[in-house]
Design a binder for this molecule. Structure first.
Ligand code: CA
Length: 244
């Protein structure tokens, strides 16, 4: 058991009773507070009432798709200026890469493909919570800067050229790891280990996918920031005079 994350509240959104039961029993056994919903409508109601730290979200639901639930929840939390502490793991039988990518793009932090093992679910829930749960702001918080990019670790805000940049928890953690290692190239394996906290079973294409999301969001406000070292990895390298 992981004492730092096992007190979290998890909302299970799943319309297949057998799978919902397995998830509920497993997560309760592992110390989580668990709520369940079987439709999009119930998921939104339950999320508002119980304020989960993490949502395990089935994609195919009777009254719509998990993608829509994820988007709605993210928008609600963002409107409350509280967007960085809701983690979403999609649970899906639809394992086509474009579906997975679509889910990640809509703000999922991870995905699990059916059929799954319960140990895998517990491990991924812990890993996602470790990287998405807020730590209280305190004297140890700081502002990381690179060129015109600024990350305030106390308020979880990112700005580029003074413009606010909205990031999902995973994007935030990836960028934070790049900022903390500015001036170095990090390999995809290093990023997978530090940001996703896996060393196996996850394709390194997830790193490429998230780097592309970060670029899309950051490069709206200035020249490209993240350098690709082909066949090796990525990094934030020293900027020469800010030329475009
Ligand atoms: Ca379903």
């Amino acid at each position: 058991m992981d004492a730092s994350t096992a007190t979290a509240t998890v909302l299970i959104v799943e319309d297949e009773p057998g799978i919902a039961d397995i998830l509920r029993i497993t997560l309760k056994y592992n110390g989580f507070t668990v709520h369940s919903a079987a439709t999009c409508k119930d998921a939104l109601t339950s999320a508002r009432r119980h304020r989960p730290d993490l949502v395990l979200l089935d994609v195919m639901l009777p009254d719509g798709s998990g993608w829509e639930v994820c988007r709605a929840l993210r928008e609600e939390r963002a409107a409350e200026d509280d967007g960085s502490d809701l983690a979403v793991i999609f649970v899906t039988a639809r394992d086509a890469p474009r579906d997975v990518v679509a889910g990640l793009a809509l703000g999922g932090d991870d995905y699990i493909t059916k059929p799954f093992g319960v140990d895998e679910v517990v491990a991924r829930v812990h890993a996602v919570l470790r990287r998405t749960r807020r730590r209280p702001a305190g004297p140890s918080t700081r502002v990381l800067r690179h060129g015109d990019l600024e990350m305030d670790e106390g308020t979880y805000t990112v700005r580029r050229a003074g413009q606010p940049v909205e990031l999902t928890p995973t994007e935030y953690n990836l960028l934070r790891h790049l900022l903390r290692n500015a001036g170095r190239i990090l390999t995809k394996e290093q990023l997978l280990q530090h940001v996703w906290q896996y060393d196996t079973a996850v394709s390194s294409t997830v790193v490429e996918t998230y780097i592309s999301y970060l670029r899309r969001k950051l490069d709206r406000w200035g020249p490209p920031l993240i350098e690709t070292r082909r066949g090796v990895g990525y990094g934030l390298l020293a900027q020469e005079g800010g030329g475009a």
